[in-house]
Write a protein that binds this ligand. Structure first.
Ligand code: HEC
Length: 221
């Protein structure tokens, strides 16, 4: 009896969830590529859009730790079930007017069904979320990526790195960013990232906005 019950439970677990859903979760994983630039399926990992790890059955605009919801989404009473997701993915602007998701919509119903089956499977823990490229840990970079000084003269920034190397950048090609997350740089220890080393542009990442202008000196060589 116990064995039978166990077997039944195992069969239920192992049964392809695709059989129960209208869409095909495997194809949905492909379709998710259209979303991956803005959404992660790892819980707590917010990008331009909120993590969709637990989207199924949740009220719109309520994921913890996502600070960029529009008023429209926060005020919405939509609960993300199959029907609501289908309508949203067909035409986001029609479902919640004034929302901030810059996405035209997926006109093909089968593609939406696949995608929804996939989101449901991931939400239920039946499929693993795709591995996302983790942002680098800027506290753990080499000396050669640490920025010791930045001088500005005319239209040029001169960046001195921790190993003593100096790189000049046309001012329009050097970006300044902040990363206040746990993986961001230490206070007062900005880090250079991007194609700067080989190319003509780069980004300097600080831990907080106040550091930026305090760090840059007016200095002509
Ligand atoms: C260009 C970036 C971008 C793309 C591409 C994108 N989204 Fe979004 N998405 C957002 C943003 C930003 C929000 C928050 C919108 C708001 O607050 O008005 C959002 C919100 C959502 C929500 C509501 C989440 C919640 O917590 O209530 C869902 C569901 C969603 N997106 C699904 C998708 C799916 C599925 C795709 C791919 C078909 C997709 N999105 C493509 C940026 C994007």
């Amino acid at each position: 009896m116990t064995i039978l019950r166990t077997l039944t439970a195992l069969a239920a677990l192992g049964a392809p969830l695709l059989a129960h859903a209208a869409g095909d979760a495997e194809s949905g994983a492909q379709a998710f590529r259209a979303c991956a630039a803005c959404h992660s399926l790892v819980a707590g990992e917010h990008r331009t859009g909120p993590s969709l790890a637990t989207v199924f059955g949740r009220r719109a605009g309520t994921v913890e730790g996502f600070a960029r919801y529009s008023e429209a989404l926060r005020q919405s009473t939509v609960v993300w079930d199959e029907e609501a997701l289908d309508a949203w993915l067909r035409d986001p602007a029609a479902v919640i007017p004034g929302n901030a998701m810059r996405f035209r919509g997926l006109p093909e119903a089968p593609a939406r069904a696949d995608l929804i089956a996939y989101l449901r499977a991931v939400s239920a823990g039946k499929l693993a979320p795709p591995k996302t490229r983790a942002l680098p840990d800027l506290k753990a970079v080499d000396t050669g990526q640490r920025v010791r000084a930045i001088g500005h003269c005319g239209d040029t920034y001169r960046v001195t790195l921790g190993d003593g190397a100096i790189f000049p950048f046309w001012e329009f090609n050097l970006r300044f960013k902040t990363d206040s997350s746990a993986r961001g740089p230490r206070h007062g220890e900005p880090v250079i990232v991007g194609a700067g080393m080989g190319g003509d542009r780069a980004q300097v990442v600080f831990s907080a906005p106040q550091e930026i202008s305090a760090f840059i000196r007016d200095a002509c060589p």
